[in-house]
Design a protein around this ligand. Structure first.
Ligand SMILES: NC(=O)C1=CN([C@@H]2O[C@H](COP(=O)(O)OP(=O)(O)OC[C@H]3O[C@@H](n4cnc5c(N)ncnc54)[C@H](O)[C@@H]3O)[C@@H](O)[C@H]2O)C=CC1
Ligand SMILES: CC(=O)[C@H](N)C(=O)O
Length: 372
C-alpha cells in the first residue's frame, strides 16, 4: 500500500548514497537533495587554492602503469610533498623514497575520508581500476572496484569540495558506436564490465557536477604506451609488450590480429593532458568528459615501424579471442576535436616519435649489441 511504499522510499532517501557501508555524516542523512553535508559551494569548509600555493593532490591506484609517472609530473609542478601516491600494493623502494606514499583501499570509505581530511587534499586523481582484460576474468571484483569504489570517490570529493579527475577510456564505447572516428557524444553500449563501469563513471561524475557542483573532469584515454611501467591487464597491452620482447628476444607473439586498429598515445602526452585539463579554467570546459587522442595504428604498422630500426624483429600472431572481441568493438580512430578546441589539447608524439623514444629508453647500446 501507499504508506508502506512511502516508508520504503523515505528509508531509501535517508540511507547513505555512497558506499552503502559507512554513513557519510548525520547531516547527510537528513538532507535528501544532496549526497553530502553541504551543497555546491562546498569548498568553504575545505582548503581552496587561494589559501594554499598549490593543490594538495591524492592519486588512488597510483602504483599501476600511469600513477608513478603522474606523481612525478605533478611533484615537479606542485612540490614533492603536495602529491601523495596511494595504492593497496606495496611500493617498490624507489617509489617509496621518491615522495609521500600512503595505503588506501578505495573500497574503505572511512580510510579515504581520513586521508583526505588529515592531508587537506584539494585534488583527487582516481586511477584505481581493473582494466578490460582482467575485468572480464573477474567481473565481481571489477564491479566492486570500478563501480562501488567510484561511488566512494564521488562522495568523498563532493563532501570535501575536491576537484576530481577520473579517467575514462576508448573502452567506454562498443560495437554500436561509430568507430572511425568516434566522437565525444554518440551511442555508448560497451560489452565489457570495464567499459560499462567507465560509462557509469562518466555519467555519475557529470550528474554530480550538475546536481551538486562537483568539479568533475574526465578524459577518455586511448591505449597508453610507456617504457618504465608495465600495463595492468588491458587489450592494448601488446603495444607495450612488443618493445620489451623485441629488445629481449628479437621476437614477439601478438595476441591481436595484424590489422586491428586502435587509438594509442605515449604516456608523456597522456599525463600532460591530465595536468592540462585539471588546470584548465572551468569556463573553457564546455563538457566534463573529453576524448583525447594522438595516433591510431595496427600491430602490423607498429611492427613495421620497429623493423625500420630492428630489421631482424620477427612478429607472429596468436589471437586471444577475448581480447580480439574487445578490440573489435572499440574505436579505430578517436575524434578529440573538442579537447583541441576548448582547452588547447595537442599531442607531441606520433608513431615514429613514439617508437624512437621507446627504443632510446631501452638503450641504443642494447640494440647495437643485438645487431652485432
Ligand atoms: N593504461 C591505459 O592504457 C589506460 C588507462 N586508463 C585508466 O587510467 C587509470 C590508470 O590506469 P593504469 O595505471 O593503466 O591501471 P593499472 O591496472 O596499471 O593500475 C591500477 C591500480 O589500481 C590499484 N587498485 C586495485 N584495486 C584497488 C583498490 N581497491 N583500492 C585502491 N587501489 C586499487 C591496483 O593495485 C593498481 O596499482 C585506470 O582508471 C584506467 O582505467 C584508461 C585508458 C587507458
Ligand atoms: C584502453 C584501456 O582502457 C586499457 N589500456 C585496456 O586496454 O583495457
Amino acid at each position: 500500500n501507499f504508506s508502506t511504499l512511502s516508508k520504503v522510499a523515505k528509508q531509501a532517501l535517508l540511507s547513505t548514497p555512497g558506499c552503502g557501508c559507512q554513513p557519510l555524516t548525520v547531516a547527510v542523512r537528513n538532507i535528501s537533495f544532496s549526497p553530502r553535508q553541504v551543497t555546491s559551494d562546498a569548498s568553504f569548509h575545505s582548503v581552496s587554492f587561494s589559501e594554499t600555493d598549490h593543490p594538495k593532490v591524492l592519486i588512488t591506484g597510483g602504483l599501476g602503469q600511469l600513477g608513478v609517472g603522474l606523481a612525478k609530473l605533478l611533484r615537479k609542478r606542485f612540490g614533492k610533498n603536495n602529491v601523495i601516491l596511494s595504492d593497496i600494493r606495496k611500493p617498490p623502494s624507489n617509489v617509496f623514497h621518491s615522495g609521500p606514499f600512503i595505503y588506501s583501499d578505495i573500497l574503505d570509505y572511512k580510510n579515504l575520508r581520513e586521508i583526505v581530511v588529515n592531508n587537506r587534499i584539494t585534488w583527487l586523481v582516481h586511477y584505481s581500476a581493473l582494466l578490460s582484460a582482467v575485468g572480464e576474468a573477474n567481473v565481481a571484483l571489477a564491479r566492486s572496484v570500478n563501480i562501488t569504489g567510484l561511488h566512494n570517490i564521488l562522495d568523498i570529493a563532493a563532501e570535501h569540495g575536491l576537484r576530481l579527475f577520473v579517467p575514462s577510456t576508448i573502452g567506454a564505447f562498443g560495437p554500436t558506436s561509430p568507430r572511425n572516428p568516434t566522437p565525444d557524444l554518440c551511442v555508448q553500449r560497451p560489452r565489457t564490465i570495464y567499459g560499462v563501469s567507465k560509462v557509469h563513471a562518466e555519467l555519475m561524475g557529470e550528474y554530480y557536477h550538475h546536481r551538486y557542483g562537483l568539479d568533475f573532469r574526465c578524459l577518455r584515454y586511448p591505449g597508453i604506451i610507456s617504457a618504465d611501467s608495465m600495463p595492468g591487464g588491458g587489450t592494448t597491452d601488446y603495444a607495450v609488450q612488443i618493445f620489451h620482447d623485441a629488445i629481449k628476444t628479437g621476437k614477439f607473439e601478438c595476441n591481436l590480429k595484424p590489422d586491428t586498429r586502435l587509438p594509442m598515445m605515449y604516456i608523456d602526452d597522456c599525463l600532460r593532458a591530465t595536468l592540462e585539463v585539471m588546470e584548465a579554467p572551468a569556463d573553457t570546459l564546455s563538457m566534463r568528459t573529453y576524448n583525447i587522442n594522438a595516433m591510431s595504428f595496427t600491430p602490423e604498422e607498429l611492427a613495421q615501424e620497429l623493423q625500420k630500426q630492428m630489421s631482424e624483429l620477427e612478429v607472429t600472431y596468436e589471437v586471444d579471442h577475448v581480447r580480439q572481441a574487445i578490440a573489435d568493438s572499440w574505436p579505430m580512430n578517436f575524434d578529440d576535436s573538442n579537447a583541441r578546441k576548448d582547452w588547447g589539447w595537442k599531442h607531441d608524439y606520433d608513431l615514429p616519435e613514439l617508437v624512437q623514444t621507446m627504443l632510446n629508453y631501452f638503450g641504443a647500446d642494447t640494440l647495437m649489441a643485438r645487431a652485432n
